[in-house]
Design a binder for this molecule. Structure first.
Ligand SMILES: Cc1ncc(COP(=O)(O)O)c(C=O)c1O
Length: 466
């Protein structure tokens, strides 16, 4: 009988990582500090109307390892450790010598990696005496993850959902409601920021930048002081909470008998699922291992491949501190592609700095190639992936074909960030030929960047070793 290849590699609950990994401790040049409106680095207490102090401490920490509280693990055990799977059916179809592994984050109750940080953030807020969290959501994955976490931990939850996704994915709203969250389309008439935008652009599809402004406004204007804002990506503490993915993957690859990983891939919106899988491997690269690490993004929102690295706001109303990051300009409204979670103008400062250092090799893919890849995935591996995740799969297929051309037995690892069972409208449009590609015209990018030309510039510091 032919030798059976293990397609699922599990960890026991007692083998779950007990600490998160913080890349800030190991980056040759740590990210530049966030700046306040006066252009000076902000102090932790300036963030306190928006976030609880225990999360601010994580945000500014440069400690390499941060312990995961037992109560958080107790909630994560509902679906963690997630399986590491091997995509043998895709490998066979592509006739590639590459071995393709993926972390299956789609098995969490809301369907993506997002609850890894939603649970942690809700827990720290509750510890700090907070009663309600506000947030934005693009695809709806983050909003439902936070509603889920708040319902388990006992907090109120209000979600501003980007208009285009609100219309494309009505079932996500119902998921949020099942978990007790309140979800409104953004821009909304509930905040000053929303009303101002609706006056100027009544038909706007919305953007994550607008929804963030609305959610922050609601949090900071609560006179009781018991509401805070929660962000599903971009910030250092969010990257930190997601590293449980890569730390589990390392243990599982060992069990699978793999000594080395050649290529690590993840799709990027604000950067969190990519960072979660990749940062523990970035650490290996910094200490000398040869690994190609590829963050992937849509051509319609090419933050990493076309945006400059500079200071910019995280939201449209300029309420966040200035972050040193790759950006398309905070007013940028991407084309209404179906990967709603990848329609963000900026990028996590930690991921940005890793790009500046030359540790990562970003790539962009257009919408049609991504749907084609998602369909091939469904026909070989069986599962229907989130439109965001299809951007990672497009990168995996390209790398697997490259391994075949080169005749190399590479190990490719990627993050299967979410399922697409709530995203079938996009699939329907693709199957009926209604989807088009959109890349960002240079004039539009220049116009958007013009709006940030007077903001402080980020001095580029890199070692250039990689
Ligand atoms: C399934 C899925 N993957 C990826 C992303 C992108 O976000 P991030 O870059 O923070 O992982 C999202 C965001 O909503 C998502 O829902």
């Amino acid at each position: 009988m032919a030798k059976i290849i293990n397609k699922k590699i599990f960890l026991n609950e007692e083998d779950i990582p007990k600490q998160w990994y913080n890349l800030a401790a190991d980056l040759p040049n740590p990210p530049l500090p966030p700046l306040g409106p006066d252009g000076k680095p902000i102090t932790p207490d300036m963030l306190s109307p928006v976030f609880p102090m225990n999360l601010i401490e994580q945000e500014v920490s440069t400690k390499r390892w941060i312990g995961i509280p037992e109560e958080i693990l107790e909630i994560l055990y509902r679906w963690r450790p997630t399986p590491l799977r091997r995509a043998v059916y895709l490998e066979r179809y592509l006739d590639t010598p590459a071995r393709i592994y993926y972390k299956d984050e789609s098995i969490s109750p809301p369907g993506s990696h997002k609850p890894n940080t939603a649970v942690a953030q809700a827990w720290y807020n509750k510890q700090f005496g907070i009663k309600k969290l506000t947030t934005e959501t693009g695809a709806g994955q983050w909003g439902s993850a936070l509603a889920f976490a708040c319902s388990l931990i006992g907090l109120e939850c209000k979600i501003y959902m980007v208009r285009i996704s609100f219309d494309q994915k009505p079932l996500r709203k119902i998921m949020m409601q099942v978990w007790g969250g309140k979800c409104v389309a953004s821009p909304s008439t509930e905040t000053n920021a929303g009303r101002e935008i609706l006056k100027k652009m009544p038909d706007t599809p919305g953007s994550l930048g607008i929804a963030i402004s609305e959610a922050i406004e609601e949090a900071v204007s609560d006179k009781t002081g018991k509401t805070r804002y929660s962000l599903g990506s971009v910030l250092n503490h969010v990257m930190l909470h997601q590293t449980i993915i890569g730390l589990e993957a390392k243990k599982q690859l060992q069990i699978a008998g793999e000594k080395n990983v050649d290529v690590v891939i993840g799709c990027v919106g604000g950067g969190s699922n990519f960072a979660g899988l990749a940062f523990p491997f970035v650490a290996d690269k910094i200490s000398g291992k040869k690994i190609t690490i590829i963050p992937t993004e849509p051509t319609a929102c090419p933050t990493m491949t076309k945006g400059p690295f500079t200071y910019d706001f995280g939201d449209v109303a300029c309420t966040t501190p200035l972050l040193a990051m790759f950006t398309l300009g905070h007013n940028f409204i991407p084309a209404p592609i179906h990967a709603g979670g990848l329609r963000y103008h900026g990028l996590a400062p930690l991921v940005s700095q890793a790009i500046v250092e030359g540790l990562l090799e970003p790539k962009s893919y257009n919408q049609l190639i991504c749907y084609e890849s998602a369909l091939l995935w469904a026909k070989t591996e069986g599962a229907i992936c989130a439109p965001e995740t299809s951007h990672a799969i497009a990168g995996v297929i390209e790398e697997a074909k490259k391994a075949k051309q080169e005749g190399k037995e590479k190990v490719i690892l990627f993050n299967y960030s979410g399922h697409g069972l709530m995203d079938l409208t996009g699939y329907e449009k693709y199957l009926t030929g209604k989807l088009t590609d959109s890349s960002l015209p240079a004039e539009e990018l220049n116009k958007s960047l013009n709006a940030i030309k007077d903001l402080p510039k980020a001095p580029i510091k890199k070692t250039g070793k990689w």
